[in-house]
Design a protein around this ligand. Structure first.
Ligand SMILES: *[C@@H]1O[C@H](CO)[C@@H](O)[C@H](O)[C@H]1NC(C)=O
Ligand SMILES: *[C@@H]1O[C@H](CO)[C@@H](O)[C@H](O)[C@H]1NC(C)=O
Ligand SMILES: *[C@@H]1O[C@H](CO)[C@@H](O)[C@H](O)[C@H]1NC(C)=O
Length: 212
């Protein structure tokens, strides 16, 4: 149901005038879309097409070969979720439990409870993020020298790093710093050592002849 609502919002965006009338029309548009081939479909093993199931549900029975809309979609059960807008999966995923600190490892605090539409969101201590694959708090990665941060870690995602491009460098490991542009030697300076991914360029003043 939530997916249909979301689907409708996109359409609402296109026709923002007269909200009430739109709401009414949207109901019809949604139903019409669902009734035509524009509803996302999947192929059964038997080779015919069936409507996919919306967020929060799974396919508990394929449609019959003569009616693509007859797919049976069932709500995820307690403790399970299915976050894709449309799915042909036959099961929901198991919700994360925020505090699996069974073996003394760090646990997370529930920030949002699991619903049938989305996994629980768990908040970890500083410098840790909740790793969904590992189902535990995991130390945030520091980008090593030669790499800069492109995305800092979030509650549920690790830092993302990228190698410094030409003429940029990163001399330290850091979970925050991006690559910095290398120094450019001024006029009347000479390069003492070049710029590479891990070292800034070093420039030195050319000592001027002191005249007579
Ligand atoms: C499925 O879940 C939604 C949201 O929790 C609920 O509104 C709806 O009634 C449920 N449908 C069935 C058939 O249980
Ligand atoms: C980068 O430059 C520094 C200083 O010039 C040098 O010591 C280092 O070996 C260089 N690293 C690479 C990978 O070229
Ligand atoms: C280099 O020259 C600039 C300008 O002439 C001066 O401000 C700076 O202090 C000098 N640096 C060194 C290391 O001598």
């Amino acid at each position: 149901m939530a997916s249909l609502v979301k689907f409708s919002r996109k359409i609402a965006f296109i026709s923002p005038r007269r909200p009430l009338e739109c709401l009414f029309l949207l109901g019809m548009v949604t139903v019409t879309l669902a009734a035509t081939a524009q509803h996302p479909e999947y192929q059964t093993v038997g080779g015919w097409s069936c409507h996919m199931c919306p967020r929060g549900t799974f396919v508990s029975q394929d449609c019959t070969s003569d009616d693509p809309a007859s797919t049976v979609c069932t709500n995820c059960s307690e403790g399970r979720f299915q976050p894709s807008e449309w799915t042909n999966e036959r099961r929901c995923y198991t919700c994360d439990e925020c505090d699996p600190g069974l073996d003394g490892s760090l646990g997370g605090e529930p920030l949002e409870e699991c619903t049938i539409y989305q996994n629980a969101i768990c908040r970890c201590p500083d410098e840790f993020y909740w790793s969904q694959p590992n189902r535990r708090c995991t130390a945030v990665t520091e980008c090593p020298p030669g790499q800069g941060v492109t995305h800092t870690a979030t509650i549920v995602a690790d830092t993302e790093c990228e190698p410094c491009r030409p003429q940029a460098f990163s001399a330290t490991s850091s979970a925050e710093e991006t690559c910095a542009p290398c120094l450019i030697c001024e006029e009347l300076q000479r390069e003492v050592s070049p710029c590479n991914q891990t070292h800034d360029r070093v420039c030195q003043n050319i000592s001027m002849p002191t005249g007579e």
